[in-house]
Design a binder for this molecule. Structure first.
Ligand code: NDP
Length: 299
């Protein structure tokens, strides 16, 4: 196996978290205030519980305050909105994350749009979405931000390159398209109604797969020397064991790709690092300090 091809998201995310700790400590020394991240979990979804636990652990590790709120599965939308408003007004809270998915009786869009845009560390508020597409400074959704940092480390300018994204969710596919455009790529988004996805992928210099179908992208779909970013996290049974695989067939795609993210250890750890990065960036803003440039985290 050619190790030079592997984009080591675990290593890169560790580096980023070290820098976050460094800049966080500087901020705490200067202002006497600690960045605080509030995480709201509704219900008992096992995957959500694991994600929240990891987020809280990593928040504490970089020296920020984590504030956890667990609400019952049957909590009313009104009660949840009251909590979000309380956190909006709490000066010890710089970032608010409401773990998705929410129970069906709650309108997720309404909840996300109640979070103050400046505290919206997931970058899902309509104001942040609009700013991202307008090329203005905003909080950017963590997973695509993590993918763009990995890409910038490999190839900061994608002028003349064709990028294909599979998936058009608000969480990954759409913001990824905006970030790739800002890197000057020519961008195509594919989704469940797209015809001939294989042909489309074969033309891509950069592929971002965010579908949720285990190993959908096969080795012979990958153009020679393409960069492959696999966002997928799928749990499957293989040889009697539960394993995690991505949306691309990693072993097959390794052949043609010039660079590829593994699953696990690729995009996943970048997502949490970018949540902390967003919390840090908005804390600098809320504590009225000069902003930090994202480029500080690319070195
Ligand atoms: P969604 O289910 O919200 O979106 C999936 C997208 O894939 C949709 O746009 C859908 O199209 C498209 N799609 C579904 N089937 C096909 C198909 N056969 N051909 C082409 N496109 C198809 O998922 P997310 O965007 O939230 O997540 C995608 C994957 O990324 C999942 O595996 C998820 O677990 C993972 N993920 C990983 C994260 C990480 O930190 N690494 C963070 C977030 C997600 P349509 O719109 O037409 O329905």
């Amino acid at each position: 196996m050619d190790n030079n091809k592997i984009i080591d998201g675990k290593f890169i995310s560790n580096q980023i978290r070290e820098k976050i700790k460094f800049f966080g400590n500087k901020l705490i020394e200067k202002t006497g205030k600690k960045p605080g991240l509030a995480v709201v979990l509704v219900g008992e979804n096992p995957a959500s519980r694991v994600y929240v636990k990891n987020k809280i652990e990593k928040t504490n590790e970089v020296g920020f305050n984590s504030i956890e709120h667990r609400l019952d599965e049957n909590v009313s939308e009104e009660k949840l909105l009251d909590l979000v408003n309380l956190l909006n007004n709490d000066s010890n809270v710089q970032g608010i994350l409401v773990q998705l998915p929410l129970p069906k009786h709650i309108d997720s869009d309404k909840v996300l749009d109640t979070i103050l845009p400046v505290k919206d560390v997931d970058g899902f508020h309509a104001e942040n979405v609009g700013k991202l597409w307008s090329g203005l400074n905003s909080l950017v959704p963590c997973t695509p931000l993590g993918c763009s940092i990995l890409l910038k480390k490999i190839s900061p300018d994608l002028s003349g390159k064709k990028a294909v994204i599979i998936g058009r969710s608000n969480i990954v596919g759409k913001p990824m398209a905006s970030l790739l455009l800002s890197m000057n790529a020519t961008v195509t988004i594919a989704h469940s109604r797209t015809k001939n996805i294989e042909q489309l992928v074969k033309s891509a210099d950069v592929l971002v797969a965010a579908v949720g179908i285990p190993e959908m992208v096969k080795g012979d779909w990958i153009k020679e020397n393409a960069i492959v970013i696999d966002v997928g996290i799928n749990r499957i049974e293989r040889e009697g064991k539960r394993v995690l695989v991505g949306d691309v067939d990693y072993e097959e795609c390794l052949n043609n790709a010039s660079k590829i993210t593994p699953v696990p250890g690729g995009v996943g750890p970048m997502t949490i690092a970018c949540l902390l990065l967003n919390t840090l960036l908005t804390s600098y803003l809320q504590f009225n300090e000069d902003p930090i440039e994202l480029s500080s985290f690319l070195e």
